[in-house]
Design a protein around this ligand. Structure first.
Ligand SMILES: [Zn+2]
Length: 240
């Protein structure tokens, strides 16, 4: 039995379509949020001729949920700190980065009334001293953007956790089957919903993957936090 985890970054307006899909299939997911970037009003997704701007894909801007709809949108899912405003590790003083990571965690814990010990490194940028500092501050894992070619639960450092692949990796299914054949405990993928733009084809490709995992009798969904807690307690599985 393989346990499958997924996480999605940045609190985008396009996440609304994803959570609808995940609820339809009963799939678990963790959303990595930057509470300091959500305003009073939702910014809808849109196309821009200006190209990449940090939260876009070939000119498609994923928009941003309003701060008032975070609770409803992500209700029933895990949420994790992605810093307050997507701060870049190494480009601001370490103390400021740690504060941004913790402030986001505390904001989310207050809003969702749930523990939020997870973290995702903005831009995938991370440093060993900051990994040590965030672990000491109480975070239990930090997701990087590296690709793990083995069992993701056999990490060297929990704050430098590598998923197996991005959800649009062209080897997604091969990597999934390999993880199962190798007897790995987990398969873990990640992404951003803006990467599907407003392409029905790309959304269908993701839905096919979600359904494929749901239909696999040898797979159950889990939360990302279960990966690092696997050796501490039995992993909760609920393939609903
Ligand atoms: Zn991000």
């Amino acid at each position: 039995m393989i346990k499958v985890a997924q996480c999605w970054d940045d609190g985008l307006s396009t996440d609304r379509r994803l959570v609808g899909m995940l609820r339809k299939y009963g799939a678990k997911a963790t959303f990595n949020l930057t509470p300091g970037r959500h305003g009073e009003e939702r910014v809808e997704a849109y196309w821009t001729p200006q190209g990449y701007s940090g939260w876009s894909c070939r000119g498609f801007i994923g928009g941003r949920l309003s701060k008032h709809e975070l609770l409803e949108t992500y209700s029933g899912f895990r949420v994790a700190s992605h810093c307050m405003k997507h701060e870049h590790a190494g480009q601001i003083p370490d103390e400021s980065f740690i504060r941004a990571a913790l402030d986001a965690r505390h904001y989310l814990e207050d809003l969702f009334q749930l523990e939020c010990p997870g973290f995702a490194w903005p831009y995938g940028a991370c440093t060993k001293p900051l990994a040590e500092a965030l672990l000491a501050a109480g975070f239990e894992y930090g997701r990087t953007t590296g690709n793990c070619c083995g069992d993701v639960s056999q990490y060297e450092h929990p704050m430098l956790l590598c998923p197996n692949c991005h959800y649009q990796d062209c080897a997604f299914y091969e990597l999934y089957e390999k993880a199962k054949q190798d007897g790995n405990n987990f398969f873990y993928f990640w992404g951003h919903t803006y990467e599907m733009q407003d392409s029905e084809g790309m959304w269908k490709q993701l839905e096919d993957k979600i359904r494929f995992i749901c239909d696999d009798p040898d797979a159950v969904w889990c939360d990302v936090i279960d990966i690092v807690r696997a050796d501490k307690s039995s992993v909760t599985s609920a393939n609903v």
